[in-house]
Design a binder for this molecule. Sequence first.
Ligand code: GLN
Length: 524
Amino acid sequence: MINDPTPQLGNQSGTVAVDLPPRLPSDDTAFFGHPRGLSTLFFTEMWERFSYYGIRPLLVLYMTAALVDGGFGFDPKTAGAIVGIYASSVYLASLPGGWIADRLLGLRRSIRLGAILIALGHIAIGLSAMLSRPAFFAGLALIVMGTGLLKPNISAIVGDLYPEGGARRDAGFSIFYMGINTGALIAPIITGLLGEKVGWHWGFGAAGAGMIVGVIVFSLRQNKTLGNLGLEPSRHPDPVVQERQQRSIKTGLAMFVGALVLLVALAVSGVIQIDPVRVAESMRIVMLGIAVLYFAYLFVLGGLTGDEKKRVAVILVLFVFATIFWSAFEQAPTSLNLFARDYTDRVVFGWEMPATFLQAFNSLFVILLAPVFAWLWITLSRRGGDLSSPAKFGLGLLFASLGFFLMVAASKLVIGGHGIRVSPWWLILSYLLQTFGELSLSPVGLSSMTKLAPRKFAGQMMGVWFLAAALGNLIAGLVGGDVDPNKLEQMPALFQQTAISLLIAAVVIFALVVPIRRMMAEAK
Ligand code: GLN
């Protein structure tokens, strides 16, 4: 996936034309010194993330809002679990999404189809007030499938723009990460204003309108700016095997979609009762099981050399600690969002800002600080103080831990004052510390996966990275619903547990820095 630099061959109508020389955009510098294709991917992903981060914080607020306020009247625990299942499925879907692109559709068709499915999902959610509650959940399912097709594959094309790899590709990814966060910055402001102040469905609708703009941008610009990249899936040299593989993929997909439709139909008709908290808990066990079996398979049957095994061992360590980090960090739309709504004084100049506004600070800080962190790592390495990826992960966990300790103090103030509202600076500073953490861990993790992965498992290792995000989102959803106005005393305990887990994780990974360094020095 991401680090497969092989350019795809084909013409613009989508048929293979192997006699054409590959159009490599590496000497194109039209977009801030980068290929113009990056601008297409930047704006498509910006609108996709606009839609994702536009509805994510609204979900918990909407589902926990009372029926009279147009919400579902769910308790925070159930709403948190649903957001956990949803966000986790979005990341988990990138595994089959990447695979479908590689084997069946090619990157470009997958991205476009994904974008269309996401837009349809938003339309279903936006119209669910008129249609029915099942339309809301069907909309979430469409967004999950669409994002699975779009998110991993759009990142893969970013990598393909730079067949030469190296620092220019890293810089390309940094610009792309800015696109992600530009969408994530403006989204909660617009959808929050509309959703919380005008009507929930206006907020959901605005997120959908953003994705429709993304579909239009990608459809109009892809042929002009992406050349031949990502037009065709990889093909097996033997046409008979190719044919057989495609048939089994199509059968597998049809069975999966059929099972999903059946499940939704059974749930909607009330034949089966779904308890989201129990589903989320079982999903956690299943996903942990998948991770354990997958790593066991790699070590035992993966045919890895001794050195490759050492690298995979490092990936395993990074996977475990990334999961712990995301379990805390991804509480933004659940516990921290509920804290913003119920216990934060959001009045500025006499006007109460929507709770979702506070979500924008993380993205704002990423946009402002990403260049600073990139500069810091480069300067450190020039001075011989290069930090290893486990050391950077340790810093990331430590910063996030500090961010959650701040929330312990803030929630104790709330309890001490019997439910008073505290200054928004608590959350803003907590987000600042968490962003320090994100910038020490997330881009470092992504590039470590591409560097450490054994060649034949390159794409799958990126999937492992998303699996950590999936697990983290699920756990964050499960614990994040514990911010309940009826159980005030739970709140500092939740934040304290999160902060202490992060701190212990930081201490453990710092202790592993030297042994890992030694092991990697041997694995040359
Ligand atoms: N905020 C980043 C994005 O939306 C990373 C999220 C993650 O990997 N958990 O792409």
